[in-house]
Design a protein around this ligand. Structure first.
Ligand SMILES: Nc1nc2c(ncn2[C@@H]2O[C@H](COP(=O)(O)OP(=O)(O)OP(=O)(O)O)[C@@H](O)[C@H]2O)c(=O)[nH]1
Length: 598
């Protein structure tokens, strides 16, 4: 079979519009998987994906399709995630594709991620096939959805929009035909030196790093010695193969093919996604453009529970290899010891990484309260200090002013929940920029501090809108903000890992709420321990964590004054000792900071 019969495409859509269901149907109708296998969810195989019912990793699968024109085609498709926190995964997949199926749910119409993903596809010069899905559903409004799609891009005004049910399989055949008639065959020259884009990777305990590649030019065989162009590192091709959907070894991958290479590299940091793989003996002159590194929006500290620092280090290295939008570097805290400062695309991403550490590596990590990046301008300094860890937030006396990141949030909701959604956005310091109708739905554009949406905004939005509202966010710049650091002192000793940054106007309320929550989660000691929220050197709130046993010096005890004084003296000795002793910090303590209504 020649490359003219190969098609590489991605399936993109807003979350839950049916990508994985369509991927399953395509595999079924091309007999890539047996009927028995297709009963199980084939692609979303990570435990976190099954637990949340969403895709977080892109999946690549090769299918063979006997088309109506009598020819056999190779279809390499990449199923991509739909959640806004995983857009980076989508952009990597698109760079390895020539076309995209853009799926729109007929019951919901065009949504925020539909627009965002279409933009990514067009940036990558892909041929986009619009597909309306769920036409079998009672609430489907196919005509309205078609109208919305036509309005999205000029080229959609004339192309045929396919109308399918991925669930029942209705018209999926039309999709299979459109793929080879509308999406171009890969261009690339088998005779040129090898040039392959590493678009994803995975760490296998036995085989080491497995690179997922799209071969752009040339051929790749196991006989080749290869070079990774970013740092000129030579690697082997111990095994090469395709995804069917499990890895199946082949003898050769040539220009236009999508497959994998078992590199034999054992150091998880040795390979960078976006790198170009070439031949060590006849290398190509220029590397492929690769990807823009992703920008972390939310940061949190990960600390091992117990004596597992090195296990955690290995696990984060391997996860970062598999998820290039997850970043980390070593940090330490007085209270928690050695750990890692980790960067995420959003709070859902953080949650998924935590769960993957648990599911795939058996590690439970202590997670400190998440925060955004601040630009702190110091007095008499020209350049701002970039702070993504509240522990490192400079002393308030040295600060001239602080800038915080702003988000442009696009919320699509129903008119019934409009007023509740607007109230929520205002509570989170949102300023309305634009409001328009999209069919029966209302689209609201807000500008608000990124920190306000970084925590619980998405869940709150889902709850006030009864699950209907959707959200996409984009960093829209930095602006001056009056923020302060809240420090927590337990028994007069600062617990650095509990520090966080809030707007000054919210500080008194947050400080009160925090100490009242901490009172119940800080493990008790034999003596009472004051817990204070301290802002700019002043304690704004205080409570006492009660002692484990009865306080012998408390009033109401029938004791002589001298006995009480003796006890008080002993307790004050305890107290001084305690100020130096370790305070245990279980995850609930950090959750108390996390759950605050900031
Ligand atoms: N009625 C109907 N339901 C469908 C159809 N296609 C998918 N669904 C349902 O829609 C839900 C979401 O489908 P998925 O295929 O998981 O959606 P997805 O786009 O892959 O979701 P993410 O990967 O998380 O973005 C599931 O409950 C499917 O059963 C369809 O054609 N008709």
């Amino acid at each position: 079979m020649t490359q003219k019969n190969t098609r590489n495409f991605a399936i993109i859509a807003h979350i839950d519009h049916g990508k994985s269901t369509l991927a399953d149907r395509i595999m079924e109708q091309t007999q890539t998987v047996s009927d028995r296998d297709s009963k199980a969810q084939l692609l979303d195989d990570l435990q976190v994906e099954q637990a949340h019912g969403v895709t977080v990793k892109s999946r690549t699968v090769r299918n063979y399709y006997h088309a109506d024109d009598g020819q056999e085609y190779t279809y390499n498709f990449i199923d991509t995630p739909g959640h806004v926190d995983f857009t980076y995964e989508v952009s990597k997949s698109l760079a390895a594709s020539d076309g995209a199926l853009l799926l729109v749910d007929a019951t919901q119409g065009v949504q925020a991620q539909t627009v965002a993903n279409l933009r990514l596809a067009r940036d990558n010069h892909l041929v986009v096939i619009p597909v309306i899905n769920k036409i079998d559903a009672a609430a489907a409004d196919v005509d309205r959805t078609a109208e919305q799609i036509r309005a999205l891009a000029p080229e959609f005004a004339t192309v045929e929009i396919l109308k399918i049910s991925a669930k029942t399989g209705l018209n999926v055949h039309d999709v299979l035909e459109a793929i080879h008639t509308r999406i171009p065959a890969p261009v690339g020259d088998v005779k040129q030196p090898l040039k392959a884009l590493v678009f994803d990777s995975q760490y296998d305990a036995f085989k080491g790093i497995i690179a997922y590649v799209r071969v752009v030019d040339g051929k790749l065989t196991t006989a080749d010695k290869l070079t990774l162009m970013a740092n000129n590192q030579t690697v082997a091709a111990n095994e090469i193969g395709i995804f069917a959907p499990q890895r199946v070894a082949t003898k050769q991958l040539s220009a236009g093919d999508v497959g994998y290479v078992v590199t034999g590299l054992k150091d998880p940091q040795a390979l960078r996604v976006g790198d170009t793989l070439t031949s060590a003996t006849t290398p190509t002159a220029t590397a492929l453009p690769g990807y823009q590194p992703s920008q972390s929006m939310v940061f949190a500290g990960f600390y091992p529970q117990g004596d597992h620092y090195h296990d955690l280090q290995l696990a984060v290295e391997k996860l970062a290899l598999n998820d290039t939008s997850f970043h980390y570097h070593a940090e330490s805290s007085d209270a928690l010891g050695a750990g890692f400062r980790c960067g995420f695309l959003g709070i859902f991403h953080l949650q998924i990484i935590r769960e993957r550490l648990h599911d795939e590596y058996g590690l439970d990590v202590l997670t400190t309260a998440p925060n955004v990046t601040y630009r702190v301008h110091l007095k008499n300094e020209d350049e701002p200090v970039i702070v993504n860890n509240p522990i490192a937030f400079p002393d308030y006396a040295k600060i001239d002013f602080v800038e915080e990141p702003l988000a442009e949030a696009t919320i699509t909701t129903t008119s019934e929940s409009l007023s509740d959604v607007m109230k929520l956005a205002t509570q989170h310091k949102g300023e309305l920029q634009d409001m328009r109708n999209q069919g029966d739905l209302v689209v609201l554009v807000y500008q608000l501090p990124f920190a306000e949406i970084a925590y619980d905004f998405f869940n709150a939005l889902k709850s006030v809108s009864h699950g209907y509202a959707t959200l996409t966010t984009e960093l829209s710049g930095y602006d001056i903000a009056d923020v302060v650091k809240i420090e927590v002192h337990v028994n007069y000793a600062k617990v650095d890992a509990l520090s966080f940054v809030v707007h000054r106007e919210d500080a008194p309320k947050v400080a009160q709420e925090l100490v009242h929550k901490l009172k119940f989660v800080i493990p008790r000691k034999l003596y009472p321990m004051p817990v204070q929220s301290v802002v700019e050197g002043k304690a704004l709130a205080r409570v006492d964590v009660p002692p484990l046993r009865k306080n012998a010096a408390a009033n109401g005890e029938k004791k002589s004054t001298s006995k009480k004084q003796a006890l008080l003296r002993r307790q004050s000795v305890n107290k001084r000792q305690a100020a130096h002793s370790d305070i245990e910090l279980p995850q609930e303590v950090f959750n108390a900071v996390l759950d605050l209504e900031k």
